[in-house]
Design a protein around this ligand. Structure first.
Ligand SMILES: O=C(O)CCC(=O)C(=O)O
Ligand SMILES: [Fe+2]
Length: 287
């Protein structure tokens, strides 16, 4: 078993940022959380959408798994245009912006504070985005339009840390397993998919846990009781607070994250409107 603290130290070293100036385009970068995340200032995406800036942001996202870009004044169509710099965009069956299918509009009264067992507002419950899709998004961007006076944070958990801190026996046991993910929570016509329990990041080569409580229903070829017990154990390990960065939103924050590396949870502890614009960048088949 890899000692947990040495993993955190490794992540801290990776994150080692006390406000450094990054690369050629002069972005100001500092750590957002110990487990993951960097805050990037000195960029105005409405203006600085050049290839060098996008290349720098790509590198930063790969290193830190999540980027906070404060004070981005982008319309929905500008957000869509920015998203297309990262790859093809996916639509989402649940919620679409009135101006474009490629930006999701997330908000509304029905999403406010309510606790009923098993009922989550959009994004509530730990998940990586759209894992029910055959080629789920590698990157999600969320842009804060309207925020409640308090509450409404989003929590993000580093799934490389989650994988690396599993005991060796469990890592060996899950290394070749696949799991069934369902999209039926969004409608009977929405697809289901099977993906590996451990995903290897195409760019970094690092392994990550890739199962989640919202969409992953069972392990393929395993008796139901055993599958449930294993998934339950993996879900609770994957979301240990030590792996988490909790983002407290400011208006016009744009947060980008890598769904191959992190899970997230929209915390529904607010009683006023909270509105987000969202884009998702399509990936390949998870391996
Ligand atoms: O509203 C949020 O904080 C996150 C919602 C979510 O899960 C998502 O945008 O993928
Ligand atoms: Fe999500």
């Amino acid at each position: 078993m890899v000692p947990f603290l040495s993993m955190v130290e490794k992540t801290m070293a990776e994150n080692a940022l006390d406000m450094s100036l990054d690369g050629e385009v002069g972005l100001a970068v500092r750590e957002a959380g110990v487990a993951l995340g960097a805050r990037v200032e000195g960029v105005d995406l409405a203006r600085d959408g050049d290839d060098d800036t996008i290349a720098e942001l790509r590198e930063l996202l790969l290193a830190h798994h999540l980027l906070v870009l404060p004070e981005q004044r982008l319309s929905a169509l500008e957000l869509e245009r920015f998203g297309r710099r990262w790859g093809d965009l996916l639509t989402h069956p649940a919620t679409r912006h009135r101006e474009t299918d490629f930006v999701q509009w997330i908000g509304g009264k029905e999403r406010m504070f309510k606790f009923f067992p098993g009922v989550h507002p959009f994004g509530g419950g730990w998940h990586s985005d759209m894992t029910w899709h055959a080629t789920p998004p590698i990157i999600t961007g969320l842009h804060a339009q309207r925020l409640p006076k308090s509450g409404g944070d989003t929590a993000f958990a580093n799934q490389h840390l989650a994988y690396d801190t599993l005991d060796e026996e469990t890592r060996a046991r899950i290394g070749t397993l696949n799991a069934f993910h369902t999209g039926k929570v969004f409608g009977p016509e929405v697809e289901d998919s099977v993906h590996p329990v451990v995903r290897t990041h195409e760019e970094s080569g690092r392994k990550a846990l890739y199962v989640n409580g919202n969409f992953t229903k069972h392990i393929i070829g395993m008796p139901p009781d055993e599958s449930e017990a294993l998934l339950y154990r993996l879900f609770s390990h994957a979301t240990r607070p030590e792996f988490v960065y909790r983002h407290h939103w400011q208006l016009h924050d744009l947060v980008l994250w890598d769904n191959r590396s992190v899970m997230h949870y929209a915390i529904a502890d607010y009683e006023e409107p909270r509105i987000m614009h969202r884009i998702v960048v399509q990936g390949g088949v998870p391996r």
